[in-house]
Design a protein. Sequence first.
Length: 679
Amino acid sequence: MEGAYVSHKRNSYPGIDAMRRFLVKTHARRLFGIAFLCAVALTILVPSVASAHSILLKANPAPNAVVHASPTRVQMWFSEDLDPSLSTAQVVNANRKRVDANDAHINSADNKQIDLSLPANLPPGVYTVVWRSDAADDGHVLLGSFIFTIANADGTVPHLPAGANPARGILGSIGTSVPGTLDGPTVFNLIMVILVELGAIFWMGGQLWVNFVLQSSAEKHPEEQGLNTRMGQRFERGFSLPTLVILLLANIGVLYGQVLTLTGNNWGAALSLNLLSKQATIGGFGTYWLLRMAVTLLALIVGLYMVLSKQRPRLVNQALPLINLFLGAMLFLAVTLSGHAVAVNALFLPFSVVIDWLHLLAAALWIGGLFYILLIYLPVLKQYTLSERVRSLLVILPAFSPLAIGGIALMAITGPLNATFHLSSPDQFVATAYGRALLVKVLLVAVLLVVSAWHVGLLRPRLKREYQKYTYAHERLEKIQARVNKDAVETEVQASGEQSKSVKQLAQQVKLREERLEKKTALMTRILRWEPWFGVAIIVCVGLMNVFGNTLTQPAAAQQPQQQSVTHAFTGTAKTSDGKYSVTLNVNPNQFGLNTFTVTAKDLSTGEQLGANQANVTIFTTMLDMDMGTQSVDLQFNGKGSFSGSGELSMGGNWQIQVLLRTPDGKLHTANFDISTPI
């Protein structure tokens, strides 16, 4: 019985080996389904980070206060603990000249308080306090301002000129770049984004080639094994590690770019290790930036092992390409979750992330594969004879075609879907920098598609026919030469003149076929060298779309402000969350750009409207369709029973306006309004 068991075990090895080979082949083809499911699962399961805003609760002097003596300091109290790295304040006069002592700091006894000193004997006038709060919990930055007035000696109260806004641009606007322009910080961010996109797409394209193209061609055409091995070694030793190092550095550059934006484009301040570490560890961007770095470092470790280990077990060799493929899928996920895809309404966030992930995969399948051809395949191919080069082109390129076609199909599906999450009007294609970059990208994709279709549908069949003609003529020449030589040896007589002439004519025909084949091969390789540069241009457009995401503010609509002010002004009434006050909000003209916000609040217990000494009113504007941050506007009592002020709605779409009432007892009362701002 024991002998039978041993014999059975020994005889089962061929079946086990066959099963292992089957699993190895099918595993690569199933991996993308697994990676896709992981992408969706992580999108749903990764917890979101709670957002806590440091809201101004009260100040001394109080917002909108009229004082009769020059104050010696300004004190502000906020709803959350403040981080000193970005929390600060300034005081400017009506001419935007700074008047404080430049000593804004967080009070050592209260982390929710900012203090700054004022010079003695400030002249009568209107002064604007501009503050920036950085919540210690999650790093959410808010900008705001309020005014106080020093009365004249005769008791009269100075006023700001109509339309004056001394606070505009003070402390930046969470980045002082003008939307749609390529200034220094914007160019820096653009370069970093492009390097990340190009690096990730090329590296992932290489993994796709290793797992699918080279594996498929080696299975069907064993004669290509040597060339395939050389290609794998060239990518593994000369390109994989440098690409990952560039990715690592570019990711650090992306982090610096984020901090640069938060510091109002202050290059020196953005180098603060405290700010960099905080941005990398707090909030959604930090979470997924760390995921980027972790995945890249893991890929570097795997790449170093592949380069340094000379002999590896067969199963390890089979597993390593699959591990890299999975790491590439996770890298795409991290790039997606820390990029432009998350700047959408939370309702559409999972769909936006999955579509953007698939769009990156499409770019790797198509454009990344073209880069692999340019940098890996063609240089290795030059080392072979003409016949070997053509044979390889006719074997390798058809193996790449399914990947390219899949990438094209995915791009054609996900591209328009992606645009619908960010564009709300066809006018935005020409009226915004984002739309123009997208339009150029679409045109470049169309050009690349035409070029690819030309060489796949026209050049490659012609090359194949020419190769068949050359091969036929060459084999025929070899047969005739062999027969003539054999006859000459057997008869010990030299070939007749007619035989020699026939051989010579056939040799000339073979040479002519070879020249034609050489020309078609040169044309094919020339096209293959140029195609990837269209891909570079496409990635540049993607980078431009990323940095111009804040330009979706349809200027064309601004040509009709009078129409909009008449037909689209918003008025709504809501109770505060505690049910104590009724709040009426008016937004006029309710269009992108500058608007006037007017709030009337009524005490529901007495029926009286709140006046200047009974509340301070601030509104917070949050874009619901895209993550544009939260901006605040402090409203002033207008003497007509309402509080009003001017602020910007930076684009058309759906907005949430939160009205915050601060009553003298220090309590906060909030009412929320959802409005739709026309395009």
